[in-house]
Design a protein around this ligand. Sequence first.
Ligand code: NI
Length: 401
Amino acid sequence: MREVEKVIKKLSQEIKEDIISWRRHIHMNPELSGQEFGTAKFVADLLREFGVDEVVENFGGTTAVVGLIKGKHSETVALRADMDALPMEEKTDKPYASKVPKVMHSCGHDAHTSILLGAAKILTTLKEYLQGNVKLIFQPCEERHDCDGAKKLVEAGVLENPKVSAIFGMHVFPDLPVGYVGTREGNFLAFSDIFRVKIKGKGTHAARPHQGIDPVLIASQVVNAMHHVVSRRVDPLEPAVLTIGKINGGFAENIIPDTVEIGGTVRAFDLELRKQFPVWIEDVVAGTTKAYGAGYEFQYEAGNPPVINDKRTTRFALSMMRQLLGDDKVVEIEKPSMGGEDFSEYLMKVPGTFIRLGVSNPEKGIKAPLHSPFFDIDEDALPIGSAVMSYLAYKWVEEFG
Ligand code: NI
């Protein structure tokens, strides 16, 4: 189809009010990670109404909905949205504010879901011109590590049958004004792992420390030494951060306790570093506790892998977004962020690109950060998001199908 960018932009504006109403419905009825039952039903019903060829609910035994729009050839591209909300009370006074106490879409996953619904509507409208398949992944549980949203879907084969050759995802980004989109090649979001340490000393009277083993003092040495892991072990040109966010122990000023517990997070991009961190951290704990005659327990839990945007899909996305929105609306983001996202689980298997969508509008008072109780978006961003996602999918299967 000629001038498809104009057609897609026009279609996205024609369905703008629909996308806004879907977003408001989801925003008013937020659901926590792993409990996206109503949202999933809402999504599945709409996909069927649009004429999406295959709609699978409860994919992989989760609340995910996976749709497939079939095109002429076997080339398949995937588009992903997440559906879960956060356990916090909304404090905006918007007419479409959350109706559920202590649950709020403060990370914009309501926008992601409605944007992908908009893209599905556009792509089904253009189905007769579509050169390949488009898989629509509505994913649960992005916000919590313990229910493994993306990981479970990947393990259940969401990128197979038909085999996906590229994937695109999008996240609202209040640091970018409405009208703009951005991304970058390579490192985009860090891996985020956590560790827990229990230092096992021996409790005693504060006045007779020689009769015990003081885990409070040892913990202070461990905290200190751990901060040298990044500064002395990691190449200074390689981004990495270690933060100890939690320390618990003791119950009285004049008693040396038996144990102290420490918890923290490690974030970086390099997968070799990811293998080294648990070893280095445990070395510090083992060596320090040994010096004082204490024992320890050590746990390291892998969180999300890093989001590393593939070179080819990212150059493709940047060039397509420039064609669609104009050069001045597309930002090449200068630096990666140490934040995390489970979109990385897909990127461990297939090349893809994560895109940031501008949603703030300080003139309208819309500028609160993600995860704020005042978070909101300028809804003018919604059709832009749908246009970008559908255009990327349409063009990908046209160029490579
Ligand atoms: Ni999010």
